[in-house]
Design a protein around this ligand. Sequence first.
Ligand SMILES: Nc1nc2c(ncn2[C@@H]2O[C@H](COP(=O)(O)OP(=O)(O)OP(=O)(O)O)[C@@H](O)[C@H]2O)c(=O)[nH]1
Ligand SMILES: [Mg+2]
Length: 204
Amino acid sequence: MGLLSIIKKQKQKDKEIRCLVIGLDNSGKSTIVNQLLPQEERENKITPTIGFQIKSFAINNTYNVNLWDVGGQSSLRPFWENYFTKTDVLMWCIDASLEVRFDESFQELRSLIMNSGDRIGYECHVIIVLNKIDLLDDSENNLSSLLKQFQTRVLSRFEAESGDNRKSDVGFNPEDNISFVSCSAITGTGIEALKEAITADVSR
Ligand SMILES: Nc1nc2c(ncn2[C@@H]2O[C@H](COP(=O)(O)OP(=O)(O)OP(=O)(O)O)[C@@H](O)[C@H]2O)c(=O)[nH]1
Ligand SMILES: [Mg+2]
């Protein structure tokens, strides 16, 4: 293979983004993935994911995003770490309408980051997606303040629990390594912002 072909191949490869989509069961991961696809490729019915599925879509004819959507039921969570290698972006989905599951979700995310070695939060950026905002009262009017509040809450939780945060020693900083997007996978609100966050993370 000539030098030019190698360079061309490398450039094409650089535009591939591998995005791992995880989070608690029922948080809406597969529905978000479905909403990210072109209209003609969307499924009409989403069922709980047993195992995983891979879907791809293009952003601005520039990036090809491969979404690895893995089931979030507790029996499937031990398998999440099998998908970390080569992941560029981790999308962590949270159901905004279920306050009762916030703690479980936060603890799962935190232990995943802490136990992933230098992978998640370093080479692999984290996007926390606050989904199902259509189920919140007056969400359309208060989207930005809602997201800001949520962000502050998550960052203070990381701060509060940083006593045994071994990553803090080597520079893991949630403020830099995590970004936040709110959306509704049903109405499509926030989906464009989510696409921007996926590519922004790769060009960092
Ligand atoms: N109102 C509302 N419902 C949503 C939204 N996103 C997903 N849902 C619903 O939430 C339920 C679960 O959605 P899924 O996409 O299957 O959730 P999941 O996270 O992939 O679940 P697992 O595959 O079991 O881990 C479905 O009934 C969806 O229709 C949303 O933004 N708003
Ligand atoms: Mg699913």
